[in-house]
Every structure is written in C-alpha cells, then in structure tokens.
Design a protein around this ligand. Structure first.
Ligand SMILES: Cc1cc2nc3c(=O)[nH]c(=O)nc-3n(C[C@H](O)[C@H](O)[C@H](O)COP(=O)(O)OP(=O)(O)OC[C@H]3O[C@@H](n4cnc5c(N)ncnc54)[C@H](O)[C@@H]3O)c2cc1C
Ligand SMILES: NC(=O)c1ccc[n+]([C@@H]2O[C@H](COP(=O)([O-])OP(=O)(O)OC[C@H]3O[C@@H](n4cnc5c(N)ncnc54)[C@H](O)[C@@H]3O)[C@@H](O)[C@H]2O)c1
Length: 467
C-alpha cells in the first residue's frame, strides 16, 4: 500500500487548488479522478455551457443586425462548428490543468474510481482495470454530483439526455423538451431556442425558478416566451414514451387537464444527486444523509477526524465558487492559523440566460417571512441609459434594504451583465455600505453600475406597507 500525506478523491473545484496548496506545504498528494481532471465545471458544466451561451448570443446579435443592413447567408447556424468551439474551450482549460498537475512533483494523479477499502485506505480501480491501494492521514472527498433522474413511468426506456450528454451532440435538436425549470433548464432552453431548436419547458412548480421571488420567475418567463420558448408550469409529468427514434412524448397534468407534449429530444434537468454511491463510505465511518450528501461541520470536517468533504458532495448551494471557497476555508484553517467557517457565508449566484439573473442575499419573500423591517428598491432595466443604448432593456433590478440600518439585505438583478452588477452590490454589502451612500456615489457614465444611483432614488423605493 502506497502512503501519501493527503488523498483527494475527485478532481473538482476545491480539490485541484487544494492539491497545489498541499504540495506547496511540502506534502505528497494523490488525486484520484474517475473521469477528466477539472470535474463538472470545466468538462460538463460552467465552461461548455457558458461558451454555448456566448455563441448563441453572437447568433442572436447577428440576426438583430439585419435591421441595419447586415444580411445573413444562413439564418440557422452550423451547430457542428459551435459544438467544436465549445470542445476547444473545454480542451484549453482541461489541458492547462492536466499540465499544471503533472508538472508538480509532489502530486500524483490516479485515473480511476476511488472507494474506501478500510479506515483511511482507498482502493483505486484504474482505468486500465488494475487496482492500486493508497493511504493517507488526510483525506478530502470532492466527488461532486451528477444529474438526478426522477422516477417517471417510461423514462428509462427512452433515450433521454442529461446536462452532460446533451453537450455531446454535434447537431441541433429540432424540438427540445426539457423536464425541469431550474438553472440547467433555463440556460439550455434559451441557447438552443436561439440557435434554432423549438424548446418546451415542463416545470412542476407554479413558476420557473421557484425559490426566487415571484416577480423574478415571471420576468424570466416573459423573457424566454418572447424568444419563442414554450413554458408549461404547475405540471406533473406522468409518463414518457418514444414514438419513434426521432420522437418522444411526455404526458403531463397541468391545471387539472392532461396534455401531451412531443419533441425530437428530451432533456432531464431536475436537479443533482451526490457522487457518494461508489465511495464505500461505511468502511471508514463517514455518514451520508437521506439523499446521499456527506454532512460536514462549519470547518468541512466529516464525523471522522482527518476526513473532509468539499463542494457539491456536502450538499447546500452547488456552485463552482462555493466549492472553491471551501478550499479557501479549509486551507485557512489548516495552514494560515485562522479560524474560518462556512457558516453564514454570503453566497452569490447567477443564471446565465440573457439578460443574466444575478442574485445574492435575501429575497423579498424571505425578508417578509423573517419579519424584518425592510423596503424594496426596484427599477426597470429600461431606465438604465446603457441598456437603452445597446437595445437590451428587458428585466429589472431589485434590492431589499433594511429600514433602520439602510444596509442592503439582498439583490436580484436581471439586466445585461447582471452578474457583474450584482457583484458590485455584493461588495457594497460586504463593506456595509448603506444604500444612500451608493445612491450618492459618482459612477462612470454610461456604465451599468451607475444604475444604482437611480435604483436607490426615493421614487424607486417602497416600504413594506406600500408593496
Ligand atoms: C450544466 C451545468 C452548468 C453549470 N454552470 C455553472 C455556472 O455557470 N456557475 C457555477 O458556479 N456553477 C455551475 N454549475 C455547477 C458546478 O459545475 C458545480 O457546482 C461544481 O463543478 C462543483 O464542483 P465540485 O468541486 O463539487 O466537484 P465536481 O466539479 O463535480 O468534480 C467532482 C469530480 O469527482 C470525480 N469523481 C466522482 N466520484 C469519484 C470517485 N469515486 N473516484 C474518483 N473520482 C470521482 C468526478 O468525475 C468529477 O470529476 C453547473 C453545473 C452544470 C451541471
Ligand atoms: N449558472 C449556474 O450557476 C448553474 C447552471 C447550471 C447548474 N447549476 C447548478 O446545478 C444545480 C442543478 O441544476 P438543475 O437545473 O438540474 O436543478 P435545480 O434544482 O436548479 O432545478 C430543478 C427544477 O426541476 C424541477 N423538477 C424536479 N422534478 C421535476 C419533475 N419530475 N417534473 C418537472 N419539474 C421537475 C424543480 O421544481 C426545479 O425547478 C443547480 O441547482 C445549480 O446549483 C448552476
């Protein structure tokens, strides 16, 4: 059995920077990765999808330019080329990471599936089907998550797609049905609709993005519908069947009525489940919750001393930046003589549709449920000079502010570069800046940032009783 100082199972968003830091501290590190280094984000998540989102926007802008004399040769783009570009960008990141890891003499990457074979012992089933046994005092589980497939009658007998397999297509789905109306669904829905597919979303909740405020979900519904996406909410999916190799149908119950929607392809985007099944965790005493996630304390420790869980596999908000921040918290505690915790972290997130939804902090609904004394500042994107100038005026900006402290409690931004504008407000929240300070700050004109001058103008602020 080969002994290392640390083993990282899963080359995810926390594991890779962690390996470099452990190496920097003079430790011998093993990374065990069953697929590609870089995990979901680089290979099947953020990188390929945001490349596709960007290319779909290019196509939309090219079409819009026809009003000004730019005549397109083809209305429908060549998806094969688009897919190739996506693979190229993924390749750049993956190869860069492979190189950085292989050049580090303290890091050994085992390409295979890791599972516990004893207390702090890992057996790696290598891709060449041989086995290796390794051990270390420190073990970090960073195995991420995969698409959750709901138990719907007939689903297993059709060729459905997941967020991973849809990225392998080198042609455009003619009609794309999507079960689920969350992050994965909305990003794929808009980009494929823009590229030329006819997209239908079937969501079980009363609206898209059900955890967000009602006005956010409804605005996004309008934006997508205006681009031609067919959206059915409050829908129970009863049954799925294939009509032929090129046609799949879904029977849904919506508003008490049964209806059938059909398409050439079906994408299942109904959430994620943790990759803990292969880990054989009982061997080492690490426990999982009822959904398979690994519970951790505020310092990312599992129930077993020296074994940590990072990223999606521990449950909670599943984003790349959360996993990366887990690495920061962990290394601050292990090496930087700080006491860092994951409790009460301010977690921003974006849905990368166009315009983007940027979100952080409390929703209006949450502030109400908590009985806070708050007001809501809300302004349409069409009030932002820059948005008018570039002709992208759908959406709104909304901030929840505390009436006593005048601090910002939460933000939802639906506008071009919404993620960036949200991040500006995030920094204000971190620094405890009051909204009137932001209202009276000079920002460059015409940036999206200057929108906060107007957002916090009394004309746009309503107290709870006025809402
Ligand atoms: C389509 C899509 C788009 C997304 N877009 C965004 C976005 O824009 N922004 C954002 O912040 N987040 C996005 N996410 C979420 C983001 O990708 C994840 O939150 C992030 O990758 C989680 O990282 P992680 O560190 O938990 O592990 P992962 O990145 O999931 O990596 C885990 C790794 O562990 C490996 N592994 C699993 N089990 C084993 C085992 N037993 N042995 C060895 N290796 C194993 C896996 O192969 C994988 O490589 C997206 C997700 C999807 C699916
Ligand atoms: N931009 C980003 O940061 C980004 C992008 C993609 C994914 N992600 C991450 O990946 C996670 C998974 O994304 P996701 O969209 O798969 O999950 P999600 O949890 O965001 O959304 C799933 C949706 O499917 C619906 N649903 C579940 N079962 C259903 C059924 N049987 N019929 C109809 N609707 C059903 C749910 O009500 C929910 O609205 C996200 O929560 C997020 O953490 C992030």
């Amino acid at each position: 059995m080969e002994k290392f100082d640390a083993i990282i199972i899963g080359s995810g968003q926390a594991g890779n920077p962690l390996a470099k830091r452990l190496s920097h501290e003079g430790m011998r590190v093993a990374i065990v990765e069953s697929a590609h280094v870089g995990g979901t984000c680089i290979n099947y998540g953020c990188t390929p999808t945001k490349t596709l989102v960007g290319l779909a926007k290019n196509v939309t802008q090219a079409r819009a330019a026809s009003k000004y004399g730019i005549v397109l040769k083809n209305e429908v783009p060549d998806y094969k080329l688009i897919s190739q570009r996506k693979d190229e960008v993924v390749g750049i990141y993956r190869k860069g990471l492979e190189k950085r890891l292989s050049e580090d003499a303290n890091i050994t990457v085992f390409h295979g599936t890791g599972s516990f074979s004893g207390y702090k012992e890992i057996q790696v089933k290598l891709s060449d089907l041989n086995y290796r046994s390794i051990t270390a005092n420190l073990i970090f589980i960073n195995t991420g998550a995969r698409a959750h497939i709901p138990n719907i009658e007939g689903l297993q007998s059709v060729n459905f797609l997941t967020s991973q397999s849809i990225l392998e297509l080198d042609y455009l789905p003619k009609e794309l049905l999507i079960i689920g109306g969350g992050y994965v669904s909305l990003e794929f829905a808009q980009l494929f609709q823009r590229l030329g597919s006819q997209v239908t979303i079937v969501e079980q909740s009363v609206r898209l993005l059900p955890k967000e405020d009602e006005d956010v979900g409804l605005e996004i519904t309008q934006i997508l519908e205006a681009e031609g996406v067919n959206i059915i909410t409050g829908a129970t999916t009863r049954r799925v069947w294939a009509n032929s190799m090129e046609s799949v149908s879904v029977e849904i119950l919506s508003e008490g009525k049964s209806q059938t929607v059909s398409g050439s392809h079906l994408l299942v985007a109904t959430g994620r489940r943790p990759n803990t099944d292969d880990l054989n965790l009982p061997e080492t005493g690490v426990q999982v919750d009822e959904k398979g996630f690994i519970p951790v304390n505020d310092y990312l420790e599992t129930k077993v001393a020296g074994i940590y869980a990072l990223g999606d596999v521990k449950g909670g908000p599943a984003f790349t930046h959360v996993s990366y921040h887990d690495y920061i918290v962990l290394t601050e505690n292990l090496f930087d003589k700080k006491t860092s915790s994951i409790r009460n972290r301010l977690i921003p997130y974006c849905v990368f549709i166009d315009p983007e939804l940027g979100r952080i902090g409390l929703t209006e609904k949450e502030a109400g449920e908590m009985g806070l004394d708050f007001s809501v500042a809300k302004m349409k994107t069409s009030f932002i000079a820059r948005a008018v100038e570039v002709g992208e005026t759908s959406g709104f900006i909304k901030a929840i502010v505390d009436n006593k402290t005048r601090k910002i409690l939460g933000v939802a931004v639906i506008c071009p570069n919404g993620g960036e504008l949200m991040s500006l407000l995030q920094v204000a929240m971190m620094g405890g800046l009051t909204y009137d300070r932001l209202r009276d700050t000079m920002f460059a004109h015409p940036t999206y940032a200057e929108a906060v001058n107007n957002l916090f103008h009394p004309a746009h602020i309503k107290s709870k009783s006025e809402l």
